[in-house]
Design a protein around this ligand. Structure first.
Ligand SMILES: O=C(O)CCC(=O)C(=O)O
Ligand SMILES: [Fe+2]
Length: 606
């Protein structure tokens, strides 16, 4: 079979004498790329702009005659620069680690709020006791009638009450008791990055993703039951409605219908418990839910149900023109057709007859939820044991290995990083993670396909990363010298990385970073955490789901032996139901691997 020109061939053209120059160039390019990724969010932009302004001012300052002015200008710009960095945007929902910072923020806010309440309580306590005293004095005066004024003391007391005492009361009433804590709160909110309202949508999207992929019921989720495990959270009618609205906006009509029904159920239950009359706001909520319910039924073809819901809606709020118009519109649209019914009790799309004959996303979903898996006979030849061959060192410390697939090779190595190393790696990357990106049409972009945060750290930045690479070399039997930087990744609410290939598409060669290093021949994916529920790595074509195991690493070749991308290595990080998932990616390039995995002219020589 004729093979397309593999990347390795290109590399061979590099003369050895030019290697040092290439190394220098690469290092420079890597640094620029890292800078570009790190500064590609708003925070980075503010940072870079303020740095540039600072530089200009410093140069101007040197030229300035008046050194004091130079000094003041530099200080002002340094402050501006810090302000820009602090006030910049930060995303929370796409990383559980970032979200954990919010708990601290909330704690500080609550402390200020406690002070606010305390000050106001003191004020009210004082006013209440003055009120009682003043009322008592007055009652006494009223009881005595005009005799009260016989005593000059009483005349004095009344005058005092209405002058000095009253002035004090008035002063206290005017005093803004919570001013200080309130301004503390305002300052805190301005200085720290707080989530924006738009993040709510990201969180709801993650929630719906969990429901869709794992085929969960809205009624279970609303009670806090996630994939069979009960958590101590209950979702109220308002949140159910928000979820329903978002699902409707995203055209996930079955889910929108299920959440609208749940919202209605919860609203009615709350009303039953509350013996008071229906509040106007509740009536409004109910109408909003009914309208959405009618729309979803109409969209899904349950015209009988839609008609019934519209009738209820119009009976509840005959005064709202929008509702009556929608009903009329619905009736006119269906004037000549019989009202059909559709059973909407099943909130997920029916399962395809053959899961193998579906699109990539559907296959990925069903690998994540465990419906698509290898049969026992397919698994029969897979083995586990200790790896000792790839390096003499392994004779002393063999690596526990489990085969998950033979062709293409997919192996998991256990206990290859220690808990202490993991803690250290998290500390190294914690403060630098930013929203992950994927390759777009002609540049990397933020996308709902990948809801996590990542950072690339060069192995030169820490001895631990170099040590990991030595181990990675033993496991993979590949040359790690030209592997990409260590990529640490933490996922967010319902976080996932949809099905994708790690190897670059040869057609998009121009987008490949450091093309001279070749394609990503193999991947080593280290799991730095266990994940309580969900969050496996799914290989839809291999029908394999790897559950994250802290300290383990998965290894697979992304390319055929002839250098062509192996389409069977399609994989993705499934949505996390519960837990914080951290992974480390080691993407190994083709360059300088020819003695380890020789490039072959046929597709697979292994
Ligand atoms: O998180 C996972 O399980 C998979 C991650 C992955 O495939 C990637 O980052 O390329
Ligand atoms: Fe991947």
């Amino acid at each position: 079979m004729k093979s397309p020109q593999p990347y390795n061939v290109l590399h061979m053209k590099l003369s050895v004498s030019r290697l040092w120059l290439r190394d220098f160039q690469l290092e420079f390019r890597f640094s620029l790329e890292r800078l570009a990724v790190y500064y590609s969010d708003t925070r980075g932009l503010c940072f870079i702009i303020s740095i540039l302004i600072c530089c200009v001012i410093v140069i101007l300052g040197f030229c300035a005659v008046k050194m004091q002015l130079f000094f003041l200008l530099t200080c002002a710009l340094l402050l501006l620069h810090l302000g820009a960095v602090f006030a910049s945007k930060m995303e929370f929902f796409s990383s559980v680690h970032q979200m954990s910072k919010l708990v601290q923020f909330e704690g500080v806010l609550l402390k200020h709020m406690q002070k606010y309440v305390g000050f106001n309580e003191n004020k009210l306590e004082f006013l209440k006791s003055r009120l009682v005293e003043l009322e008592n004095d007055r009652d006494e005066a009223l009881q005595e009638g005009l005799d009260y004024f016989d005593s000059p003391v009483n005349k004095y007391l009344l005058t005092k009450r209405l002058t000095m005492d009253w002035e004090r009361v008035e002063n206290i009433m005017q005093h803004d008791a919570g001013k200080q804590p309130l301004s503390n709160i305002e300052r805190y909110v301005n200085v720290n990055p707080f989530p924006e309202v738009s993040e709510l949508e990201g969180a709801i999207a993650g929630f719906l993703r969990i429901q869709d992929v794992y085929r969960l019921k809205a009624s279970d989720m609303a009670q806090g039951i996630l994939d069979g495990v009960k958590y101590n959270v209950v979702i109220d009618a308002h949140l159910c409605l928000d979820i329903a609205k978002y699902a409707g906006k995203e055209n996930q009509m079955r889910l929108a219908h299920a959440w609208a029904l749940e919202a209605l159920k919860r609203l009615h239950k709350a009303e039953e418990n509350d013996s008071e009359q229906k509040f106007v706001s509740e009536k409004t909520d109910e109408a909003e839910i009914l309208e959405l319910l009618a729309k979803t039924k109409r969209h899904l073809g349950d015209l009988k149900g839609a008609n019934q819901t519209y009738a209820e809606l119009v009976a509840l709020r005959p005064d709202v023109k929008n509702y009556t118009n929608s009903y009329l519109d619905f009736q006119l649209e269906n004037i000549f057709s019989e009202y059909s019914t559709v059973d909407l009790t099943e909130e997920h799309e029916p399962l395809p007859a053959n899961l193998l004959h579906t699109d990539e996303f559907t296959r990925y979903k069903h690998t994540c939820n465990g419906l698509l898996k290898q049969t026992p006979s397919e698994e029969r030849d897979l083995r586990c044991g200790y790896l000792t061959e790839t390096h003499p060192f392994l004779l002393i410390a063999p690596i526990k290995a489990e085969e998950l697939n033979h062709d293409p090779l997919l192996v998991v190595y256990y206990d290859v990083v220690t808990d202490a190393e993991i803690e250290q790696m998290k500390t190294l990357s914690n403060d630098y993670i930013v929203r992950a990106r994927v390759m777009g049409y002609n540049k990397s972009v933020v996308s709902p396909v990948r809801t996590s945060q990542f950072v690339f750290l060069p192995k030169q930045s820490h001895p631990l990363l170099r040590a990991i690479d030595v181990r990675a070399g033993h496991m993979s039997d590949l040359n790690m010298d030209f592997a990409e930087d260590h990529q640490f990744q933490n996922y967010g609410i319902g976080g996932h990385y949809g099905q994708h290939y790690d190897a670059f598409d040869a057609k998009l060669e121009r987008l490949i970073s450091n093309r001279e290093l070749g394609n990503r021949i193999a991947t080593l994916l280290f799991y730095l955490t266990d994940v309580e529920q969900g969050g496996g790595t799914a290989f839809p074509y291999l029908k394999r789901l790897l559950m994250p195991k802290k300290g383990a690493a998965a290894f697979w070749y992304n390319l055929h032996a002839d250098g062509v991308r192996d389409l069977r290595t399609l994989h993705g990080g499934c949505p996390i139901i519960v837990g914080s998932k951290w992974v480390l990616n080691r993407w190994i390039r083709e360059f300088d691997q020819s003695d380890r995995r020789p490039c072959e002219l046929w597709v697979d020589s292994r």
